[in-house]
Design a binder for this molecule. Structure first.
Ligand code: SAM
Length: 305
């Protein structure tokens, strides 16, 4: 199995460990390798950046900071070198800061809430408690400090810079469109032959990414995916030890579903940190699984591994 390329942003609900499972289904969808990849809830981007498709990747998220960050990499403005310079200075200031780093964390958080710098966004994403991302209703960063004044040790900075290097490589290799739009606008771009991957906030579980997620949103998503001419895969949760996802019975049960046990290591509350049965809902008949056969794709995985 090729290595999964991990992006520099952290967030609860990140699908890193589920990428091979999702890609197996993508490769069984019977779509051409030149198909366009449509991803309306991009998040950290770990699924899209590891997609086996070569066509244009049209991705969106309602969180402007995610989109702004990846657009900065795409324009060549955010590079491993610029990030290293930023994080090296931040590391020094954080470790020298009063209140065990908290004073500097607060300074960056307040500056980010005012100026929205993508560098400060990465700082907060990597220095926040438990790798979580949450904003309050004014759109301000709402996760406390991880309480580690030595968070940005040299090896950790190198790891983040390498992640930026890998993502920049993938963005150069394929055609990418990063859009700060509502999911409906992204799904409506899909045409026959495209493949859509959706990973919305999980109804009744995570409601704290950038904006909330209601049953009305779930219905709008269900209607948009029901009328799309493209093939789609939707991630959702099926059940956990406490309860089942009512949305499956009410809406998604009319499509095909496959499930897998999964453990989320980070989340806001204890239920979200327990194991859950994940579901992939899809609207196509399974075909024989294709092998990733693009030389370029394999070279990339080998270079990064
Ligand atoms: C579960 S996360 C996606 C996680 C991603 N697959 C990953 O592995 O990192 C859901 C994402 O949907 C975004 N989102 C929430 N409501 C949205 C909406 N109405 N339109 C577009 N994106 C939305 C959130 O900002 C968040 O990034």
């Amino acid at each position: 199995m090729p290595t999964v390329i991990v992006p520099p942003i952290k967030s609860q609900g990140i699908k890193t460990k589920l990428v091979p499972w999702i890609n197996d289904l993508v490769l069984s969808a019977g779509v051409d390798f030149n198909a366009r990849w449509i991803e309306p809830f991009f998040g950290t981007g770990v699924v899209g950046f590891n997609s086996p498709m070569h066509g244009t990747h049209i991705v969106g998220d309602s969180n402007p900071h995610i989109i702004n960050f990846y657009q900065g990499i795409q324009r060549g403005e955010i590079t491993p070198d610029t990030m290293r310079a930023y994080l090296s200075e931040a590391s020094r200031k954080l470790s020298e800061s009063e209140e065990n780093g908290y004073a500097y964390f607060r300074f960056i958080r307040d500056r980010f809430n005012f100026e929205h710098s993508p560098y400060d966004f990465i700082f907060l994403s990597r220095a926040g408690f438990n790798g979580m991302m949450r904003f309050n209703r004014h759109g301000d960063w709402n996760i406390p400090f991880c309480k580690k004044p030595d968070r940005f040790a040299p090896a950790y900075i190198t790891k983040i810079c390498n992640q930026i290097h890998h993502i920049a490589h993938i963005i150069r290799q394929k055609e990418w469109e990063f859009n700060n739009v509502d999911f409906i606008q992204t799904i409506e771009r899909a045409k026959p032959g495209d493949i859509i991957y959706c990973d919305p906030p999980y109804f009744g579980r995570y409601v704290d990414y950038y904006n909330g997620w209601t049953e009305q949103n779930e219905v709008e998503l269900f209607e948009a995916l029901s009328r799309t001419p493209a093939k789609f895969i939707l991630s959702t949760w099926h059940h956990n030890d406490y309860r089942s996802n009512e949305m499956i019975q009410r809406y998604w049960g009319q499509f095909n579903i496959t499930t897998k046990d999964h453990f989320y290591h980070n989340g806001g509350n204890i239920e979200n940190r327990h194991s859950v049965v994940e579901a992939l809902v899809f609207n196509f008949d399974l075909q024989e699984k294709q092998q990733i056969k693009s030389i370029r794709q394999l070279e990339l995985f080998e270079e990064i591994a």
